[in-house]
Design a binder for this molecule. Sequence first.
Ligand code: 2P0
Length: 356
Amino acid sequence: MAHERTSTGPVNIAVIKYWGKRDTELILPTNSSISITLSQDQLRSKTTIRASPKFTKTRLWLNGVEEHNLDNNIRLQNCLRATKKLRKEYEDQLSDEIGIDNVQPISSYNLHICSENNFPTAAGLASSASGFACLVYTLSQLYELPISTTELSKIARQGSGSACRSLFGGFVNWQMGIKQDGSDSQALQIAPHDHWPELAALICIVSDAKKGTSSTEGMQNTVKTSTLLQYRINNVVPERMKSMTNAILHKNFNKFAEITMKDSNQFHACCLDTFPPIFYLNDVSRSIIRVITEYNNTTGRPDEFKAAYTFDAGPNAVIYALKQNIPEIINIISKYFPPSKNNVSYFSDPYNLFPN
Ligand code: 2P0
């Protein structure tokens, strides 16, 4: 008998950025980070997993194309091994309770995994985060694992660091942890999706091309060569984690916006401080920063903001703002960057930012 589960997984956009690993195998970060999980209406991964005793090997299709040499895919294997181990323990426990003949030994079956994104893969829109979060969540459903989301986040982390944050909706903290075995490097929810319903995100797709330097490779070059990253890790992020958590809990948009923009700027400064340097922003990205800065200047106060930009490992901008300002921001962006001319397309999801 075949067992099958399908689920979808959301993208998250960090406001305190993760950049750097202290352990590349277990995927343990050099600093904690905070993100917001976006609604699945426009950006999501979808994964179907089927387990059957008839399958002769485990197979994986990504966006319709089969991936080969899965044994060499260490991150995938780590996620499969960890969830299968938990399933086996659960089967042993069930066998003791209801008898071995009544338990399906699904942990021993091969899998067919089908995963797809409804947005450009690897263009700096967190496709690995939604993809691995969705994979691990679907495995947990297939295996009916009796574990918490935070426990599950430690497995998703081993697929892709940022994936651990996509298991929660709302506002999420990835605690870096201090243990060598990674048992305290996990995601926790700061506040649920309906905590701050006035907050919205606008995503400007500057380019959907695959990025030149992958995050995985780029961040380790930064760890090796950037002195600014060391300063950031020790002297900047710990304080920002506290201030950002407070800003979110108190729905203080001015503080939220200030830290979001400063942290994006510092992350890209670390990329520039990498040797050789990494460039993720392009001219259009920098123009968006200037336009948002000018827009914020209209408040007349240096500590008052109407919008906050943030950029990940690619040129695409995410603009956080209060819903009431979104129509004005769309107007400004479309005036300065008509999609046909500058290749900026955008969409807003102001009324349904977070998944349930
Ligand atoms: C973040 N990024 O916090 C940061 C900001 C990109 C810039 O997490 O090697 O794809 O799989 O752990 O998770 C991208 O890093 O890297 C990322 P791996 P991942 O969202």
